[in-house]
Design a protein around this ligand. Structure first.
Ligand SMILES: Cc1ncc(COP(=O)(O)O)c(C=O)c1O
Length: 406
């Protein structure tokens, strides 16, 4: 039998990103021995705490409204560009930060379907995140559109062949997740885009579970629209604002429906009618959540220094190690793996299933082990590469094994 603790130690000592753990507020200082939910809420950086304090004292208290013209007005686009270059493979002036993922899905989906009045269908999959499905249900009701549902395997995800079967000249938009929130399935974005585009449809991708974890090449893959949150692998903090991407070539024709003054050509002219700003600024609506954007400065610096390719390499080792422990320790207790084993199709987390897992949540939390739980019987293990060690995965899964044994 493999000595898994020695293996974790060897993996940790060979890990080129190991030093980044020290940039986070250490969970050991609190009561956490294994944090395995980076796919839900990333941990805070030490630099973020200092930056927030400094922002409040120097910029908010010190500059007051002058802060808007100093820099705050520029943040949604400046940080969007930085995120685009560090994590999304997007050239400048296509990404903005602001609103929540839910609101941005609405804004972009409406812009997309409004731009294709002769098309009355929107394609989505049954296992996409609830908010994506609910928002599209609302848009379909509002616009009299038909939703075309693709049944996806909950242990896998959307396949190009399934998309090819349903898209045609009636399809206005397809919306899928790059990494499926449940299984962790990594979709073939470029191929699905090619298929949808051949039918004349626009494509929108939810990047919540891939941004900051899996390399993304929005421009190269021909993505039209994308959204994602910054509170998971981008460590933006609870309720941190989301981002939206609108491909340059569509910015003249697609119009999002929430025409607020911050998306206006000249916000402070306070003019009589709405005139959209040029470029990605037209995606904004109201006052940007400046305070909630402060952490992103520190996180993007860290991700730029670490490099998304190195993050992905460690992520695959972490999820691979998780799968090995699940097979060796948990399968004998009837635990199933509901995630792709093929690294080319696996995102940054692994889902384990066993009826009764809900009863283990309290004891796991009491032992300082924090995975993610999804009804009815799934535990998601999401080890964020920059903040999680292999030893931490070992501690978490050995605690789970011991609880199952009891
Ligand atoms: C795939 C996906 N889409 C959307 C959301 C939620 O969006 P919001 O930030 O608007 O709550 C989540 C949240 O976990 C998510 O995982």
């Amino acid at each position: 039998m493999i000595d898994q603790i020695a293996r974790a130690a060897a993996l940790d000592s060979a890990d080129p990103l190991a030093g980044y753990r020290e940039q986070f507020l250490a969970p050991e200082d609190f009561d956490v021995v294994s944090y395995l939910d980076g796919n839900s809420l990333g941990r805070p950086l030490i630099a973020t705490a200092a930056l927030m304090e400094r922002f409040i004292r120097e910029q908010w208290a010190g500059r007051l409204i002058r802060g808007w013209t100093d820099s705050w007005m520029k943040w949604p686009l400046q940080l969007g560009d930085r995120l685009g270059s560090v994590a999304l493979g997007a050239a400048a002036d296509q990404v903005i930060i602001g609103d929540s993922t839910t609101v941005l899905i609405y804004k972009l989906a409406r812009a997309a379907v409004d731009s294709a009045p002769g098309r009355n269908r929107v394609v989505l999959d049954t296992d996409n995140f609830p908010t994506d499905r609910y928002v599209l249900e609302g848009v379909a009701a509002e616009k009299g559109l038909e939703l075309v549902w693709i049944e996806t395997d909950p242990a896998a995800g959307i396949h190009p062949a399934q998309v090819a079967e349903v898209v045609d000249e009636r399809t206005a938009l397809v919306l899928f997740s790059h990494v499926a929130y449940r299984s962790g399935w990594l979709a073939d974005v470029a191929e699905i885009n090619r298929i949808a585009h051949a039918a004349g449809a626009l494509t929108m991708w939810d990047l919540c579970h891939s941004a900051g974890s899996v390399p993304i090449r929005l421009d190269e893959w021909g993505v039209d629209l994308a959204v994602g949150c910054t509170y998971k692998y981008l460590n933006g903090g609870p309720g941190a604002p989301a981002f939206a991407y609108l491909r340059k070539g569509l910015q003249e024709t697609l119009r999002q429906p929430i025409q607020g003054w911050m998306g206006h050509r000249a916000s402070f002219e306070m003019g009589p009618g709405y005139e959209p700003a040029a470029g990605s600024r037209a995606l904004l609506s109201g006052t940007p959540p400046v305070l909630a954007m402060v952490p992103l400065h520190a996180n993007l610096d860290m991700l730029a220094a670490a490099g998304i390719e190195a993050v992905r390499a460690k992520s695959l080792l972490l999820t691979g190690y998780t799968l090995d422990l699940a097979d060796e320790w948990l399968a004998p207790y009837g635990v199933e793996v509901l995630s792709p084993r093929d690294p080319a199709r696996r995102g940054g987390h692994v889902t384990l299933r066993k009826p009764g897992f809900d009863k283990l949540l309290d004891p796991l939390w009491e032992a300082g082990v924090i995975p993610d739980y999804r009804r009815p019987d799934g535990l998601r293990i999401g080890p964020a590469p920059l903040s999680t060690s292999f030893g931490e995965v070992h501690r978490g899964l050995s605690t789970l094994r011991d609880l199952l044994d009891r």
